[in-house]
Design a protein around this ligand. Structure first.
Ligand code: F6P
Length: 324
């Protein structure tokens, strides 16, 4: 293999640049060419790319976002769009492609690889951590750290003013960020899509844990079945007329920022592994982490099921809740 392409797709995630850097440098060190496709699958269809050299990836390991740009491409979901994308890859004489992205991106990559017989390797890059078969996705660790930094600040106001804050975090349909940020920030309660939310139980909890505390934090995953943080706050308000309830939506601040050490490390290791696999003519695989090791699995494994957080971790919140 002499020439490969890399693209980032879906929501940007901190650590994507570290991964692009690793892929580029490792490729060049193997005397291979590395083409960066701009703006995800959209860039393939619209014929936008750049030759990546050492200079392009110097000084990016610490940067959030993605230097290649990203997109959620509607056109790539059509057969015609994918055909155009393939024609551009042929024009570029690219022999294999690495796709860094979330669930939707890996699914698109798999379909594309099957349809046009393009060697594809997937790398899980999403703050949501919802890709099946991997302990961690690139960007997740940074996002959790960003959330706990924000919650630490919100707690100052919560305890100064005796307020109950409903803090909404990202994660689409998955509670990874919510659950782990809740444990790490000492939240009094957490609501995740994987568990049915019982509003009455939540009301009783709020009454209970506020006996012993000046303020409290409830982390709400954006995909919770009872609604978003504001909706949930409005549902409990009639039962808690004397409580000062507030909502904060952390939104996209969770997606940006310098990647954590952990994200930089897994991104670098995954990037090298992806190039190695293409060199060995392996395809239809994705890279994952398992117990600190970098492993590879069939891409089907990632796209047919969705990852869910370890629900037993909910017990940690329960076990550490103030009960007086
Ligand atoms: O998949 C990452 C993510 O940040 C989700 O947590 C969130 O639901 C979604 O992307 C938001 O997407 P967008 O930035 O396109 O609104």
């Amino acid at each position: 293999m002499k020439k490969i392409a890399v693209l980032t797709s879906g929501g940007d995630a901190p650590g994507m640049n570290a991964c692009i850097r690793a892929i580029t440098k490792y490729c060049l060190n193997q005397n291979m060419e590395c083409i960066g496709i701009l703006d995800g699958f959209d860039g393939l269809i619209k014929q936008r790319s750049t030759n990546l050299n050492y200079d392009d990836v110097n000084n990016i390991i610490q940067k959030g976002g993605t230097i290649l740009g990203s997109a959620r491409s509607k056109e790539f979901q059509t057969k015609e769009g994918r055909k155009q994308a393939f024609e551009y890859l042929q024009q570029l004489a690219v022999e294999g492609m690495i796709v860094i992205g979330g669930n939707g991106s890996l699914t698109g990559a798999k379909i594309f690889g099957d349809e046009f017989n393009v060697p594809i390797i997937g790398i899980p890059g999403t703050i949501d951590n919802d890709i099946f078969g991997t302990d961690h996705t690139i960007g997740y660790d940074t996002a959790v750290n960003t959330v706990i930094e924000a919650v630490d600040k919100i707690r100052d106001t919560a305890s100064s003013h005796k307020r109950v804050f409903f803090v909404e975090v990202m994660g689409r349909d998955s509670g990874f960020i919510a659950l782990n940020a809740a444990i790490a920030s000492g939240a009094e309660s957490v609501l995740i899509p994987e568990e049915v939310t019982d509003i009455q139980a939540l009301v009783e909890n709020i009454k209970e844990f506020n006996k012993g505390k000046r303020g409290s934090i409830i982390i709400v995953a954006e995909g919770d079945d009872a609604g978003d943080a504001l909706t949930i706050m409005k549902k409990v308000k009639p039962f808690l007329p004397d409580y000062d309830l507030r909502t904060t939506v952390l939104g996209h601040l969770q997606r940006g920022g310098n990647p954590s050490a952990y994200d930089r490390i897994i991104a670098s290791r995954m990037g090298i592994k992806a190039v190695e696999l293409l060199v060995e003519n392996q395809t239809n695989l994705y890279i994952a982490t398992k117990g600190g090791k970098i492993i590879t699995q069939p891409i089907d494994y990632a796209t047919q099921k969705s990852g869910a957080p370890n629900a037993s971790k909910l017990e940690v919140i329960e076990q550490l809740r103030t009960k007086k």
